[in-house]
Design a protein around this ligand. Structure first.
Ligand SMILES: [Zn+2]
Length: 297
């Protein structure tokens, strides 16, 4: 069931849980995500980064077809949209949400540009995510962690000025894989203050990979409603493929990859608190499952 991201996140914020937003770039990981969401009866947001999948009109069409088959609510979101052209392509491709990221710009520019995207996207029935404060790179964590944490009062003003549907906040995470020895730590007090100042607005956590599950669970209980995840899923997939014994059947490589991606996502959906939170339309059937040969066959 294809829905807007606003529909998913308003409910998640009201009921205090977070929805998984895995990065997808092809049919294999998209199917892994949808099967995981169905198994866990959880809503799902498919995040597509333009850099990883520049043919977003094609990918959007395929993701819509998959989302329409499933009985769990699925939104399709452009992750870190960087230009008006990317947003227009995502809308053309049938995405139900776009993120427009101007978090590195001065506030005035960030607000002005996001306002324009909100007008355009809302006219097309598409939700908008933006970022205030800035989530940096894990490889530069010692500098980036505290460089641009989100200010609670300014976040409220930003939401009111732009009209966005959800907001990505900087509370101590970073994008990508951390250097050996670095353990990310979250600013929970800040998160609580942002949630309060924004009158319980839907909040997004970027760069969740590498953070321990208990911290993520706590963040989702304290006000995070969408968790972007990429590196942890890819690492789990790479490890499974590396360690697999294909018993001479190399064609199993995609099956092993898809299964590992799916199992890791299921683990995280439980941590985020969205298992069992899907609402099901009358008569909807699930996604067609792969009949790929198992090892014993
Ligand atoms: Zn991000």
């Amino acid at each position: 069931m294809l829905v807007t991201m606003k529909e998913i996140l308003d409910k998640a914020s009201e009921e205090n849980y977070a929805v998984a937003a895995p990065n997808v770039s092809n049919e294999i990981n998209a199917r892994a995500c949808i099967e995981a969401a169905e198994d866990m009866k959880a809503p799902l947001i498919l995040d597509v980064a333009y850099m990883a999948a520049p043919d977003i009109v094609f990918l959007g069409g395929m993701l819509r077809k998959l989302a329409e088959q499933t009985y769990v609510p699925v939104a399709i979101n452009l992750d870190h949209g960087a230009s008006l052209e990317q947003v227009q392509m995502a809308i053309k491709g049938g995405f139900t949400s776009v993120m427009f990221d101007r978090s590195s710009c001065p506030d005035e520019e960030n607000i002005r540009e996001v306002q324009e995207i909100v007008k355009l996207a809302h006219a097309a029935g598409v939700s908008v995510e933006a970022e205030y404060g800035h989530v940096g790179r894990a490889t530069n964590y010692d500098v980036d962690r505290d460089a641009a944490l989100t200010d609670p009062e300014k976040a409220r003003e930003y939401i009111e000025a732009t009209g966005v549907d959800c907001l990505a906040v900087a509370i101590g995470t970073a994008h990508g894989a951390y250097p050996k020895g670095f353990v990310p730590y979250l600013d929970f007090e800040r998160l609580v203050a942002i949630k309060k100042a924004t009158h319980h607005f839907p909040l997004v956590l970027h760069g969740s990979s590498g953070t321990d599950n208990e911290s993520l669970r706590k963040a989702c209980q304290l006000g995070i409603n969408k968790v972007n995840i990429n590196t942890d899923l890819c690492q789990a997939t790479a490890k499974a493929v590396k360690e697999a014994d294909f018993e001479g059947k190399s064609m199993l490589v995609f099956h092993v990859a898809q299964t590992a991606f799916k199992e890791k996502l299921k683990e995280m959906i439980e941590v985020y608190g969205s298992a069992g939170k899907a609402w099901k339309p009358e008569g909807a059937k699930g996604i067609a499952r792969s009949k790929f040969p198992r090892r014993s066959e």
